[in-house]
Design a protein around this ligand. Sequence first.
Ligand code: TRP
Length: 369
Amino acid sequence: MAYKVTPWEVSGDIDYGKIVKDFGLETISDHLLKRIEKHTKELHPLLRRGVFFAHRDLNWILDEYEKGHHFFLYTGRGPSGHTHLGHILPWVLTQWLQEKFGAELWFQMTDDEKFLFKDGLELDQTRKLAYENALDVIALGFDEKKTKIFLDTEYAKTLYPQALRVAKRLTFSTAKATFGFSNESNVGEIFFTSVQAVPAFLPSVLKGKNTPCLIPHAVDQDPHFRVARDILPKLGYYKPASIQSVFLPGLRGGKMSASEEGSAIYTTDSPETAKRKIMNAFTGGMDTVKEQKEKGANYSICPVYHYYRQLFMPDDKELASLERECKGGSILCGECKNRLSERVSHFLSDHQKKREQAKHRIEKFMIRD
Ligand code: TRP
């Protein structure tokens, strides 16, 4: 089956190799990883394991950094619901990059986008969700002195004039070809990508100095930044660089979906709920215990394995040993799920504590105008 990956729809069998070709991305070479490691002293598992698998202009970001020309980070969230573990994946790497490179982060909450694109979501709801989601961002340990979080509707006086400069250079025909709009699309949707382009050059505008930008994001957002890379040089700014992650798979197999109960674990889930979702997950196991003991299981298609690999087992030796046990049939899926639930529960209780504490600190992060 063919795949579809756009900022508003992800479906089908996702072939990341094909995405690299279709989107015109570059894969992350060992040489590039070594170059990063030279500055960071170690490599984050998300980089080491290729969970971030592609980029645009990351070599240029390092060239500039090495010349003393430091970059800022930009990422964001479309507040259409609570945060699930898939959402935090790019934020985890972003936090690490902030720490290792001392970079400022601009975090955009696109409450306008989710209002425009989702039937039945009102602006007061997307606004509330943005504040909920911001707690998850803060809980991940971003530096309050170097991180700015804003809602599009609350920072509009600053964003809007810059969005206009982008919009004037973007034709309907390009927006249509990039995002697949039709005559039925509302006009806000067609304009919206101009708003998502702004944080990639806003710090340059505010500082009066062209500053390199690096955007960590899940690969579905790439079309926005293709547009931004095309237009920003016409306004006198650098093309933003970017680094793309795969998606955390849904626990029910296939993609993670807010509408499919049990396919995602939310940061607000209780440990019991998380455990139930994990115990009901699809796996790469065989139909019977006997068969699995004989033939082993297939971890590459198993969401439980990918949860370990992407978020819950940073130690490479431990992961290699789990892979061996799984392939060799010496661990069964029930046991493997039990061990994962323990790690996830531990993460959730810690994260929820930090999320509560974030409520007292949120104003240190938010910017408005
Ligand atoms: N459009 C994104 C979403 O729906 C939110 C977003 C805005 C974003 N700016 C970004 C994501 C920059 C990644 C990088 O989730």
